[in-house]
Design a binder for this molecule. Structure first.
Ligand code: ATP
Length: 280
């Protein structure tokens, strides 16, 4: 086998609590992370020409060594002691710098795909160890299940029972830097007594835990986020929240129909990126 094509899904955070700043500059978090079926496509091809080549062609996404997919391939080949030529082609469908984890998911797909393509035999746990050095959300995409993520996001516990829902995804086409959001976060003396459940039997259970400590920071700079939340609510979403560091907002719907109608209506009346998608 010389080529492999993978789908790299996006994520939303049903919850994101920032617990404390750590001496190393990272923050200890507590998140509920959920993948959904809006995917980048990653094509991997072994080549007789040595070196790693990444092409994407999307504005705002670097080709070559600055692409996180390039760094994933480089790290993996280095640790495996292999010198092979690799061509990586990314078809970007997930909005960039959007709080949807697109880069991290591409990175995880490259680690898993090359492990398979080159027959390296590395365990998921080993791939996660490699992945966390490339990005805090990378282990989650290797884990592949809805998860409670703690630490910087790398300590993962599976949420065994959670209903699949439909999402209307709305991005106002402004890129937001995750680093900027954390720099502007004011951590007040917070208590973390809110217990996050491990079992969810209805959409209402999911909506009951929705929350994101980063939302206020990003909303202050981009008030359009509040407007999107209001529009989604009036279009029938059961719950609405900004994902990750934003600015993407998701609305939760029980039926495909509702999510599609909301996405179509907002695309038609605004210049925003919208999509209807189902959780995985
Ligand atoms: P996170 O919340 O993990 O920061 P995000 O969804 O907000 O993720 P990404 O889309 O992953 O943000 O992109 C963050 C930055 O990483 C972009 O500004 C982009 O230039 C850079 N980048 C490098 N490689 C990629 C890639 N494969 N896909 C998207 N962005 C990439």
């Amino acid at each position: 086998m010389r080529t492999l094509t993978l789908q790299a899904p996006a994520k939303v955070n049903y919850r994101l609590d920032v617990l404390r700043r750590r001496p190393d500059g990272y923050h200890d978090l507590r998140m509920i992370m959920q993948q959904f079926d809006l995917c980048d496509e990653i094509q991997l091809a072994l080549s007789d020409t040595p070196g790693i080549r990444v092409t994407c062609g999307r504005e705002g996404v670097p080709d070559g060594p600055e692409n996180i997919a390039w760094r994933a391939a480089d790290a993996l080949l280095d640790l495996a002691g292999r010198e092979v030529g690799i061509d990586i082609r990314i078809t970007k469908r997930i909005p960039v710098a959007a709080g949807l984890g697109g880069g991290s998911s591409d990175c995880a797909s490259v680690l898993m795909g090359l492990n398979q393509l080159l027959g390296l035999g590395m365990s998921d746990a080993r791939l996660m160890e490699i992945g966390v050095k490339l990005g805090a959300d990378v282990p989650f995409f290797i884990f592949g299940k809805t998860a409670l993520a703690e630490g910087i996001g790398e300590q993962l516990t599976a949420i065994e029972q959670i209903p699949r829902v439909w999402l209307a995804i709305v991005n106002p086409n402004v890129p937001v830097s995750t680093a900027w959001v954390y720099q502007n976060l004011q951590l007040t003396n917070r208590s973390d007594d809110f217990k996050i459940p491990r079992f969810y039997s209805s959409i209402a259970d999911i909506c009951a835990i929705l929350g994101n400590d980063l939302e206020a920071v990003t909303v202050k700079r981009y008030p359009v986020i509040s407007e999107i939340k209001g529009r989604l609510q009036s279009l029938g979403a059961t719950g609405v929240l900004m994902s990750g560091s934003g600015p993407t907002v998701f609305g939760i719907f029980e039926q495909e129909d509702g999510a599609r109608r909301a996405a179509e209506e907002l695309a038609r009346t605004t210049g925003w990126f919208t999509a209807a998608a189902q959780t995985l």
